[in-house]
Structure formats: C-alpha cells, structure tokens
Design a protein. Structure first.
Length: 45
C-alpha cells in the first residue's frame, strides 16, 4: 500500500452486497431449520 488512497466505490458496494447476502442466507437457513424442526416434531406426535 504505497499510495494512501481510498478504495474505489465499487469495492465498498461489493463488500456491502456480499455482507447483506450472507446475512440474508443465514437468516433464511435459520428460518428454514426452525420450520423443518417444527414440522418434524409435529409429525412425530
């Protein structure tokens, strides 16, 4: 890092999109897991 320049704008946009997508996938997987667990527990009874 010779030049003390700010990274280009698209780098921040890409990082923000990747972070948002990761959080969205994590929440979706969590909701799917809770839903499947609920369906499974009700099917046992």
């Amino acid at each position: 890092m010779r030049g003390r320049r700010d990274p280009p704008a698209w780098v921040a946009v890409l990082a923000g999109m990747a972070l948002g997508l990761g959080l969205f996938l994590l929440a979706a997987a969590l909701l799917a897991g809770v839903y499947v667990a609920g369906q499974f527990s009700t099917a046992i009874r």
